[in-house]
Design a protein around this ligand. Structure first.
Ligand code: PLP
Length: 439
């Protein structure tokens, strides 16, 4: 009997004992293609020898030094690497242990920034419905998934949710992309005006929505419009690229494809590729200067922030992605994955949409393709599908059962950047069989 409180109280999942390339191996010797990179984490796959030797070398030198006393070579080198490849204007790095911690830190940075520059009335955070920003209380408050928030609502800070940009669900049939982008962005401007522009501090959004809606990219120009609205009212733009960032969509940062740079950006998951827990906030010089010239410090901190082992993992993973030009493979294998999904599910009665960017793709399952009506949540389709996929040696990331009564069950695919053509084909074949079996 397992003494762990697992994600499901019903029992323990299989025990993973090893990993090799795109596969994980359980204690029974069964192999699973990791077609979701866990939860869009394992961008280099499993057991990468160069990451392992970098971690051995770091452990031999230094495992830990508290950041209240020291910085470390690994953390400094990772920060250099991240700034060298950051969206325009993001010139400083704050290292933490994961995505939720990054979101918490970004929210507090935004707040402290306005306190430092003499605008303490700016306190409102605006985010979007059908979004996910993490499970700690601040990040959960920012998220727009009612199911995740409901029972914890009394503990959450006040946040304000506006429309997402989710074309499959909310774009009208006769509405152009441009008109839809304008309408979705307008809901942000309306909220800023309602709350009072001088009282709003930040707008938080996932560049490509991950876990809650399933690889939903914004329509063209939506983020440019959002950037312009934030600038008009002096609101900080926080882009959460914890899931969609660090190469997953084919560019290092997803927002590069939208021609937008935020004031603060959160990254994690693919940053360390699962070899160590690590996340980061990239922040603009303007925000850093406000701290430096003001109180002199950011009033935050965690015991394990900028951990040398985690930084060494992040550095090794990012150097390998650059050295091996893996983003080219993300683009070409992402294209193949999309084509294969469209071929397999293009006419499937219960697949309403195939969407995503790069190696970040999803299918949305619907009861009725024409009306786009989701399956009843009580059917727990996503759980059945996960079981059927695992039985076929496939890890996918299904979510849903109707999120906020809007979207249906979806299956997220985020295979490692090293995935081959044959592995892409195997993923789609096994997924097709699992979907047929689950329905
Ligand atoms: N933000 C986004 C967009 C995420 O997808 C996630 C996790 O899925 C988080 C934040 C939280 O990250 P973590 O689970 O590492 O705390």
């Amino acid at each position: 009997m397992s003494r762990l409180l697992h994600r499901s109280a019903a029992g323990a999942p299989p025990v993973a004992i090893g990993g090799e390339g795109v596969e994980l191996i359980d204690a029974e010797g069964r192999r699973y293609i990791d077609a979701s990179g866990g939860a869009a984490v394992s961008c280099l796959g499993h057991g990468h020898p160069d990451v392992i030797s970098a971690l051995h070398a770091q452990l031999d030198r230094l495992a830990y030094a508290h950041t209240g006393f020291f910085t470390s070579e690994a953390a400094e080198a990772l920060a250099e690497q991240l700034v060298a490849t950051a969206p325009e204007g993001l010139s400083r790095v704050y290292l933490v242990s994961g995505g939720s911690e990054a979101v918490e830190a970004a929210l507090k940075m935004a707040r402290q920034y306005f306190v430092e520059i003499g605008q303490p009335d700016r306190r409102h955070v605006i985010t979007r419905r059908q979004s996910y920003h993490g499970n700690t209380l601040g990040a959960l408050a920012a998220g727009g998934n009612e199911w995740r928030r409901a029972q914890f609502a009394p503990l959450l800070i006040e946040t304000h949710h506006v429309d997402p940009c989710f074309a499959y669900r909310f774009q009208e049939p006769d509405e152009s992309d441009d008109a839809y982008a304008a309408r979705a962005a307008q809901s942000l401007e309306d909220k800023i005006l309602e709350l009072g522009p001088d009282a709003v501090m930040a707008f938080v959004a996932e560049t490509v929505v991950g876990a809650t809606a399933g690889a939903v990219p914004p329509v063209a120009d939506y983020l440019k419009r959002v950037r312009a609205i934030c600038d008009r009212y002096g609101v900080l733009l926080i882009l959460d690229e914890v899931m969609c960032g660090m190469g997953r969509t084919g560019t290092l940062h997803a927002c590069e494809q939208d021609g937008v740079a935020p004031d603060l950006m959160t990254i994690a998951k693919g940053l360390g590729g699962g070899y160590q827990p690590i996340g980061a906030v990239l922040l603009s010089q303007r925000i850093f200067d406000a701290f430096a010239r003001g109180s002199g410090f950011f009033q935050h901190g965690h015991t394990y922030m900028a951990h040398p082992m985690a930084a060494a993992a992040g550095l090794a993973v990012q150097r390998i992605i650059a050295r091996d030009r893996l983003l080219n493979n993300v683009v070409s294998m992402g294209g193949r994955l999309r084509r294969r999904l469209e071929e397999r599910f293009g006419n499937a009665p219960h697949v309403g949409d195939v969407r995503g960017r790069g190696l970040f793709q999803a299918i949305e399952l619907v009861r009725d393709r024409a009306s786009r009506a989701p399956f009843e949540p009580s059917r727990k389709l996503h759980a059945h599908l996960k079981r059927e996929a695992m039985a076929r040696g496939l890890m996918v990331y299904p979510m849903g059962g109707t999120i906020d009564g809007v979207n249906g069950d979806h299956v997220l695919l985020a295979p490692p950047f090293i995935v081959s053509e044959a592995e892409i084909d195997a993923i789609v074949e096994r997924l097709g069989d699992a979907v047929d079996a689950a329905l």
